[in-house]
Design a protein around this ligand. Structure first.
Ligand code: ADP
Length: 452
């Protein structure tokens, strides 16, 4: 079959471009071995983990505010998670049926710059003008003795997971956002969680002040051990594992019924990718802001380029790629800097734009505007009145270049600050806005007004 565009992967980086290009009249083929749209995010990533997180938060609130004291049914939590995933699979099927995109359940293998095979139930030969590599990412699994006994987040969150009994004791290896989010969720649901962090800090690369605030707010029942690299995992019983790690050069151990590796994610490349002769860097396929790779008919949005591994970022990158393919010349550009990011711990944090450490590195002088959530009415309603909203404002222009929210509704509210950052608005414009009362957003305007 001859197509204008072949898309490898039907996640956030794949299907938005497929729909856009198809709507504009191009012939599009898209393939994914899952046979579903939504990628790893929906199948085993953000949607299921955040569903579990919301239920855990609800349970915590009911316990704290209403005296609810029943033990949570983990099976019920997992059933609801599966239900949400099914709902979205169906929704995407409907959306796909409204297009004329040729969707294949199968894996793309590259033959050369204009040819590929889709390996599936029936192999299909495809000739394409443009290729969108949207094959995403998967967990990075380090090898050490007994690493085969560890699950990854994919196993816990995947659709119809077999992990349906709440572990009593769980070890999570890693110090990134997946480790901390999973620790928070499982801790609230009733598991004793230990987190083994190799170095002396979590969330490497993130502004240290923000990280310290988050750590100080996490439930003290979560046992985070710093400078504690894992040495070995032994299976000592039916569902029992001994995790041996070193702490201050001493060998120590924890026995747990579930051990999860959360040691980062790495790009997934289709077979035969080397035939394209693409430049591949340390984090993935190299792309510029137009999302084109070093080969001019190959675009690589989303996790596969490793620049901003978030579903919502992938969606926008996918559209940028589609617009540039349609125009045949660069007309659209990805704004990587204004992508909001959240750590969905309980409580959560969210941030966007340039934070103080980065501003200092770039020599940008900032003024900080802030508001403590202890004064926020909605935070008081939930008795979650800790944390803050903080805006980073360029001295002189008063342009808001970044911000963070620590505490209630952070991942929802960060989008308002993101819109301000992306559009170059000023703290004055934010201060003039009548944010909704009594919602936590009103504290965003209060934060902006703090410097006037
Ligand atoms: P992104 O957010 O960048 O879209 P995801 O990891 O969520 O990333 O989704 C990538 C999708 O690509 C997954 O559903 C995966 O099954 C699919 N995929 C991976 N390799 C191939 C391939 N060779 N051909 C087709 N699809 C692929």
């Amino acid at each position: 079959m001859i197509v204008d565009v072949l898309i490898a992967g039907a996640g956030g980086a794949g299907y938005p471009a497929a729909f856009r290009l198809n709507k504009a009249g191009l012939k599009v083929a898209m393939a994914d071995p899952k046979g579903e749209l939504g990628g790893n995010c929906l199948y085993q990533g953000c949607v299921p983990s955040k569903t579990m997180r919301e239920l855990a938060h609800l349970y915590l609130r009911a316990r704290k505010l209403l005296g609810f004291n029943e033990v949570v049914s983990f099976e019920k939590v997992q059933d609801h998670k599966d239900f949400v995933q099914e709902t979205r699979f169906k929704q995407h099927k409907q959306e796909l049926s409204e297009t004329s995109v040729d969707f294949y359940k199968g894996e793309v293998e590259i033959i050369d710059n204009h040819h590929a095979i889709i390996k599936g139930e029936k192999d299909a030969q495809i000739e394409y003008k443009y290729l969108i590599l949207a094959s995403g990412s998967g967990p990075f699994v380090p090898r050490f003795p007994g690493s085969e006994y560890c699950i990854t987040s994919d196993d816990l969150y995947k659709y119809k997971t077999s992990i349906r009994k709440l572990p009593k004791e769980m070890v999570i290896i890693g110090g990134g956002y997946i480790a901390l989010e999973t620790a928070s969720i499982m801790n609230v649901l009733g598991t004793k969680v230990h987190v083994l962090v190799r170095s002396d800090r979590v969330l490497r690369g993130l502004d240290t002040r923000l990280v310290s605030s988050l750590l100080s707010m996490l439930d003290k029942n979560i046992d985070i051990k710093f400078n504690s690299p894992v040495i070995e995992v032994q299976k000592v019983g039916e569902n029992e594992y001994k995790v041996i790690y070193s702490e201050k050069s001493e060998k120590k151990e924890i026995t747990a019924d579930l051990v999860m590796l959360a040691t980062g994610r790495k790009p997934v490349y289709p077979k035969g990718i080397e035939k394209l002769g693409l430049a591949i860097g340390r984090s993935g396929v190299m792309v510029d802001e137009t999302i084109v790779s070093s080969v001019k008919n190959v675009y690589a949005p989303g996790d596969v380029n490793g620049r901003s591994m978030f579903f919502h970022s992938a969606v926008r990158q996918s559209l940028v790629a589609a617009h540039n393919i349609l125009a045949g010349t660069p007309i659209d550009y990805m704004d990587f800097e204004s992508v909001p990011k959240s750590i969905f711990t309980i409580p959560s944090i969210a941030y966007v734009g340039i934070l103080p450490e980065e501003a200092k590195r770039r020599g940008i002088e900032i003024v900080e505007a802030s508001y403590p959530l202890i004064k926020d009415s909605r935070a008081q309603m939930y008795d979650e009145a800790e944390g803050e909203i903080r805006l980073f404002v360029e001295r002189g222009s008063l342009r808001v270049i970044g911000g963070w929210i620590i505490g209630i509704d952070a991942p929802t509210m960060i989008n308002e600050i993101g819109t301000v950052v992306a559009n170059g608005l000023t703290a004055r414009q934010m201060a003039d806005y009548a944010d909704q009362h009594p919602m936590s957003n009103e504290s965003i305007s209060y934060a902006a007004r703090s410097i006037f």
